[in-house]
Design a protein around this ligand. Structure first.
Ligand SMILES: *Cc1c(COP(=O)(O)O)cnc(C)c1O
Length: 380
């Protein structure tokens, strides 16, 4: 009986997802070689480091030496010595005293936010923030107010009206926005945070390796913005897996003691830690590599007469979900993998193609994509 009511429940929900064009299926992704048939603009591996021979070799060597898994959480016995080097590299890249590596970026956000703020506190969140930041806010049980995307004036008004009613205040934004590719006005946000005694946290999942000379959105402005909480992922330009917070020594110490998703989740496999460390070494020294995704993105926005790309991500707005899906399917027929992103990932009626440029795209790949989009009769 109970199994029947469960299937009725999920089947009704699935039917409604299908009806609103929100049902999704897992696309088949083979090894890099098989997908080469399509030129992919769908990957966040902006520098191609997941395939870099030195990164792959570091993963193999550490796996051979230390095994396939960590065996326990980091506070018990899963804190492999390889973590030290990785966290030092992250802190050096971000110019912070220390860093804490989590199992993933998602785990980092849902652990860090509730560790820092609670019921009597306020969170001001950019309205386009990633799902993991919203979930972190919900778990914190703080009052959450969203501010208009990248609108520091609006945020100033919110803080003026509400900050004083709360004990602590956390301002949360992304560095490079994952579905729009634009960069937050971090210096302005940092000044506001200072004047209202609020803590600024920047999720730079899409900035590291790509903007600010590879060091992320905080370093994209002159002088670099100053903020106490720099979060990111090892799963995108770093080409591997995991998430991190770069902060002061005491904040990191506190997070290791208080973030539940850090304490109660198993450490990363040693091969992953070693590979991430190698990838960060490459990002730290190879400026020429880190420039390429942005150059390709700008080549595209130039040809399409769109506003100049600020990062490796270029949104091509379409509007209705069905039109975005059709466009994506037509591009696939033409040999390009370009995902359609639909609500609820993006706001209603802003379905789009999300084009992600990578260092290993050639200039000809970009020309060909622009030509294919034009041939389909779309203009930005
Ligand atoms: C991808 C992403 C995350 C999650 O990182 P994972 O390491 O993939 O879990 C968090 N925040 C933003 C903005 C992201 O784009």
């Amino acid at each position: 009986m109970s199994a029947q009511s469960l299937s009725r429940f999920v089947e009704a929900r699935l039917a409604s997802l299908h009806k609103s064009l929100r049902h999704r299926e897992l696309p088949k992704t083979g090894s890099g070689r098989e997908t080469r048939k399509l030129v992919s603009f769908a990957s966040n591996d902006y520098l191609g480091l997941s395939q870099h021979p030195d990164v792959v070799q570091a993963s193999i060597d550490a796996t051979r030496l230390h095994g396939a898994g960590a065996g326990a959480s980091r506070l018990i016995s899963g804190n492999h010595i390889l973590y030290d080097e990785l966290e030092q590299r992250l802190a050096a890249l971000k110019e912070t005293e220390d860093a804490v590596v989590f199992g993933s970026g998602y785990l980092c956000n849902i652990g860090v936010i509730p560790a820092l703020v609670g019921r009597s506190d306020l969170i001001c969140l950019d309205e386009l923030s990633h799902s993991s930041l919203l979930t972190g806010g919900q778990l914190a049980r703080s009052r959450v107010l969203e501010f208009r995307h990248n609108d520091s004036e609006y945020l100033g008004k919110l803080l003026g009206a509400h900050r004083k009613k709360h004990r602590h205040c956390l301002i949360v934004t992304e560095g490079v926005f994952s579905m729009d590719g634009d960069i937050a006005p971090l210096a302005e946000l940092a000044a506001l945070a200072d004047s209202h005694d609020a803590w600024l946290m920047c999720d730079d999942a899409h900035g590291v390796g790509v903007v600010g000379g590879g060091r992320g959105a905080v370093f994209a402005s002159e002088p670099a913005a100053s903020l106490p909480l720099q979060m990111g992922t090892l799963s995108k330009a770093v080409g591997t897996y995991g998430g991190y917070l770069c902060a002061s020594r005491s904040v990191c110490d506190y997070i290791r003691n208080r973030a539940r998703s850090f304490i109660y989740s198993t450490g990363l496999p040693p091969g992953t830690v070693a590979a991430a460390s190698k990838a960060l070494e490459i990002i730290g020294r190879d400026r020429a590599l880190c420039i390429l995704p942005l150059e390709r993105a700008r080549q595209f926005t130039d040809i399409m007469e769109m506003p100049e790309a600020q990062s490796a991500i270029v949104p091509f707005l379409i509007g209705p979900s069905d039109a975005a899906l059709e466009m994506s399917a037509a591009l696939e027929t033409a040999g390009f993998l370009v995902p359609a992103i639909r609500p609820p990932t993006v706001p209603l009626a802003t379905a789009r193609l999300r084009i992600a440029f990578r260092a290993d795209h050639s200039e000809a790949d970009v020309d060909n994509l622009a030509e294919a989009i034009r041939a389909l009769g779309a203009s930005a």
